[in-house]
Design a protein around this ligand. Structure first.
Ligand SMILES: Cc1cc2nc3c(=O)[nH]c(=O)nc-3n(C[C@H](O)[C@H](O)[C@H](O)COP(=O)(O)O)c2cc1C
Length: 214
């Protein structure tokens, strides 16, 4: 047995106070994101877990990178034919989550995913390095492949084909915009009495906040 019961940490970095809450969760997300960046966090602050309902009935989480966020929602880029792409096509309800250890914070976002516009996906694809563009073309994400050699060989063929040329975005690769319906902010506090504030979207698209027991 590997016993981890002695892992214990006191959470005392920050707090969530009702009087200071912005009216919408995006503003609070932005404030938190900047504070985490400024806290000297190592690693990728924009790494988030995306959970989908799989076609096999199981939930599945995986990490992707948040590339944009606006008052509309949160955008990441992927292969639309991947396992997550197929899951989202069948059920666009997803959950995004961030764990920012340095600030003892967690954010959990329930939302509805939709493909970003062709223009948005083209714009982001064009901004990627040449090698990542070729990688997106070469990898049938989530499919079984015979070997690593298969990928590397196909990459070589594409490198020759697109040497000095612009790489077009494959149609099956692009962004998902996740429009939030509920956003929970969790701030670690001493004695396990953590702060949890939940924003829930109302029928008139305004946000209601509630404090949730830790
Ligand atoms: C730090 C990190 C960042 C990642 N960023 C992305 C990303 O932005 N887009 C993506 O499709 N996969 C990304 N991945 C890979 C995914 O976790 C996952 O393996 C891939 O999307 C296939 O998932 P699926 O088969 O469940 O669809 C990232 C993985 C890690 C660990």
């Amino acid at each position: 047995m590997t016993d981890l019961s002695n892992y214990r940490k006191v959470y005392d970095k920050s707090e969530l106070v009702e009087g200071n809450l912005p009216e919408d969760p995006i503003t609070l997300f932005k404030n938190w994101f900047i504070e985490v960046e400024e806290s000297g966090a190592h690693g990728e602050v924009n790494a988030m877990t995306v959970s989908t309902f799989g076609l096999d009935g199981f939930p599945k989480n995986r990490v992707v990178l948040l590339k944009q966020f606006t008052f509309e929602g949160f955008t990441f880029y992927t292969n639309y034919n991947s396992e997550k792409g197929r899951a989202i096509a069948a059920n666009p309800n997803v959950c995004l989550s961030f764990f920012w250890q340095e600030m003892e914070r967690q954010v959990i976002i329930k939302g509805v995913a939709e493909k970003t516009s062709v223009n948005n996906s083209d714009g982001y694809f064009e901004s990627r390095p040449h090698g990542s563009q070729l990688g997106a073309r070469v990898s049938p994400q989530s499919e079984v492949i015979p070997s690593r050699h298969y990928l590397e060989n196909n990459l070589k063929v594409l490198e020759a084909e697109f040497d000095g040329k612009e790489v077009p975005r494959p149609e099956h690769w692009g962004g998902y915009l996740v429009k939030p319906v509920e956003v929970e902010f969790w701030q670690g506090r001493p004695n396990r009495l953590h702060d949890r504030i939940r924003y829930k979207m109302q029928e008139d698209y305004s946000w209601k906040t509630d404090r949730i027991a830790p």
